[in-house]
Design a protein around this ligand. Sequence first.
Ligand code: ADP
Ligand code: MG
Length: 717
Amino acid sequence: MKPRYKTAFIVLALAIAGGCVFLFNSFYRDAKNVAIAKLNQQQLIHAREVALGIEDFFGTWIRSLSSLSQLDVIIVGNAVGKRYQQLYYEAHREQIMAITRLDERGVIVDSYPARDEVGTDLSHQKYIRELLRDHRAVVSNVFKTIEGVDAVALHVPIFRDGEFKGSIGILINFEDLARRYLDPIRISQTGYAWVIDHDGTVLYTPNQAYIGKTIFAVMKGNEALEAIVKDMLDGHEGVARYGYDKLVDRNVGPATKYVAYMPVRLGPTSWSICIASAEQDIFADLVTFRNKLAVVIGGLFVCGMVFATLGAKAWLIVTEERKRRLAEEKLRESEARFRTVADTAPVMIWMSDTDKLCCFFNQGWLQFTGRRLDQELGNGWSEGVHAEDSERCHKVYVTSFDARESFTMEYRLRRKDGSYGWVLDTGTPRFSADNVFLGYIGSCIDISDRKASELEAQRHRAQLAHLSRVALMGEMSASLAHELNQPLTGIVSNSAAGRRLIDAARATLPELRELLTDINADGRRASEVVRGIRSMVKKGEPTRQQMNVNDIVTSVVKIVHADAVLRACQVQISLEADLPRIDGDPVQLQQVLLNLVLNGFDAMSDTPVDLRKVMIATESNGDRTIRVSVRDHGSGIPEPLRERLFAPFFTTKTEGIGMGLAIVRSIIESHGGMIEAENAAGGGALFHFTLSVHAPVSETRVERAAGVALTEQPART
Ligand SMILES: Nc1ncnc2c1ncn2[C@@H]1O[C@H](COP(=O)(O)OP(=O)(O)O)[C@@H](O)[C@H]1O
Ligand SMILES: [Mg+2]
């Protein structure tokens, strides 16, 4: 998968996961809120029920005691009254622990069963103080009786003719009350009720240890709870939530409680009841829901991922397909364009694959060869290459192909009509945009005309070279005649001497033998001179052979010997011993040296006789070329003429033709060398030329050189 798609996929997965987490959270939060609301409501209902129950409980007792308090016997507190009180107690002994009559100062006048002594002053007690002050029914705090039972005292005022005459009260077993109203309050696992009085004293809580303490001491420093308690003490009802981690001084870890509170109105005084549940209850209830939700959302996530993956895949396939189609279309278009261009181009175009086999030929090629495409494809095309060029072409193609290098080659290719035409083929490796080798592409141009004119020019040059050699022989005719004369004279005189000896009958066999040997030697010399002349004058085809240039130099020295003697010139040579052999045409190279030496002789006609010297030197350049120089002590070359010496028909001599140096240069160049002329230090001209030691470095170059060579092979078409 491409990195771009990978990232997109990861982002998508994260988005789906995020969405699922969000869904889960919002569902769970909603469920939690609902659960909290439900709990609050439930607790409030409980609180209200309990509050109403307690209010009702006390209301019933107050009403009952109020009716008792209106009895005269009770008001005056006589024996009958006391008896009434006893009966009242007996009737309710299940619920009340005692019945007590206080006077208007709060002192016990009567108590049944006798608990507190008559005469005990209770006016110091808070609720009694309230009673004495307000003359209304009062309820005491919960306190422990001497039996160790939690109890609450309820007193109802007694009036006679509207005058406050003390009270009648009962002691109620609070545990009874709590058992009836508060203990049953169990909500979930932790929910329970607690009750405080209007001072904040804890009247009831399931944990006995806190009873009797003020709530502020129990929850000290917990501001949230303090605010709730204040609201409770103000007689309000409500629901709230608080966190805590301490109870009195005991660490209980962080916890949150949800509470519902409700005032309990007990006549002038009031309590407040609070029902509290720990948060974990809600969570406990939510666990199943949460797990189910997790399963559902998890399923949703998996489905989402599956759909997203499938969707992404489908999308990928569609886009890839579209891209591929576009690319294909583009390729088709560019291929069509290429074909149009290739087929209308005025050149022959071919293409090959990486396996070297040709896979394309344009119309130009097919029109040239007159064959069908399927005949040319692969290696078919090579059938049309001229047998003489086939091997060379194959070599160039294969070596260039393996090296991934461009190449140029010239070869003959069969035309439609069966004749061969010369083509110049240029091949270049093809690479894709990401540099993968794809094969080769090449173009050929028909160079038959150029080749024909080259051959024509070459023929002309060969003719000229021949004429020039004939001319050279002409130049040397005097010396050659002399050269030939010497052996002939020798033959004539030796044969005459022999005849004379025979005539005088003095001839001895040894003498005759000596004469005949001399004659034979002279005959050979003459025939050698003639052969030399013949080879120069012969209209031979240029040839190539391995040879030592030093041999050419010595042969030329021999040829010009007579000329040198006639012109009083000396020829000196300086030859390098280990001169590498070269590939060349000996007759042509002789022609070169002859031209240069004879020009030197010409130039020295005004030089004092003892200075007339021509020096021929050879040396190896060490870079696969050898250097040959011919130096004279003649007039030298006037600077303005230096450039023109090698031009055809340039001469300064009255009887000169001016072709010598032109021919010399074309011969040297056809041997892969070059020639230059300069003035030597100390006077005279210095001509030096190079010859390459070996055949061409590459086929390509040979082909090129051959294209302009004087020594081109015979016409091949
Ligand atoms: N060794 C030389 N010293 C001075 N000038 C020379 C020498 N060789 C050739 N030249 C000059 O170059 C000209 C051309 O020489 P060449 O082509 O051999 O034709 P030709 O010898 O028929 O004049 C000569 O006429 C001569 O002026
Ligand atoms: Mg000359």
